[in-house]
Design a binder for this molecule. Structure first.
Ligand code: CA
Length: 229
């Protein structure tokens, strides 16, 4: 079953689209706010995003551009208002894959979604799969769950997001500042120490020997590097 994330602030459209897509057999998650939708998309496990352009919290164009900058390739279908040709062009430039002009027919929306998912599958799927394995650990982004020797680990939301960021950026030297920016979005009052504390907790859960980590390795003077080999 494909999972669609619908980011739309107009409650009427949200409910109509949700009902229709559920009737078509899709699994739907919704967000009424751009920032909330963006954060959900970052967690992974989404096959396609239907993204409204005008949103509170974070505009649709910013959501799309930031997702692409974060390396999230999930297909995006952008909803634009009638006549806003410039917005459509801008949407495609920020990495949206297709757009639909409001008001639209549900049949048209369903057809576009089907076509986009088919194309994505032919390319090998991007939003899908979402399974990362290293050693005896498996991260399943669809379920937002991590398993060690088949047993599910109890991770906090931030521990999970941090691990997801690591597995999506293997063998990259990641500074504490980059991790704070990408995983914590630079919340006020946070220091780089926050990163170290969370890495410590993650190691306790995923490493055989937390004091001699194999997966999340410290690079002195730089930060951390995740190596799944
Ligand atoms: Ca809107």
């Amino acid at each position: 079953m494909s999972r669609v994330l619908l980011i739309e602030d107009e409650v009427g459209i949200r409910m109509t689209v949700q009902d229709r897509l559920e009737a078509e057999g899709y699994d739907i998650e919704t967000a009424a706010d751009g920032q909330e939708g963006y954060e959900r998309a970052l967690l992974g496990g989404i096959d396609l995003i239907v993204l409204d352009l005008m949103l509170p919290g974070k505009p649709g164009l910013d959501v799309c551009r930031d997702l692409r900058a974060d390396g999230i390739p999930t297909p995006v279908l952008m909803l634009t208002a009638k006549g806003q040709l410039e917005d459509r062009v801008a949407g495609l430039r920020t990495g949206a894959d297709d757009y639909l002009v409001k008001p639209f027919e549900m049949l048209e929306l369903v057809a576009r979604i089907e076509a986009m998912l088919r194309r994505d599958k032919m390319r090998g799927g991007s939003g899908t799969g979402g399974i990362y394995r290293f050693g005896n650990v498996r991260l399943d982004a669809r379920q937002a769950a991590v398993f060690r020797d088949g047993e599910q680990l109890q991770l906090s939301a931030k521990e999970y997001q941090l691990l997801l960021y690591f597995v999506r950026h293997p063998r990259e030297a990641l500074t504490r500042d980059v991790l704070l920016q990408k995983v914590w979005k630079y919340r006020v009052g946070l220091s780089t120490r926050t990163v170290d504390v969370h890495v410590g907790w993650l190691r306790q859960k995923i490493e055989e020997q937390p004091r001699k980590p194999r997966w999340i390795v410290t690079r002195h003077g730089i930060g951390y590097i995740f190596d799944p080999e």
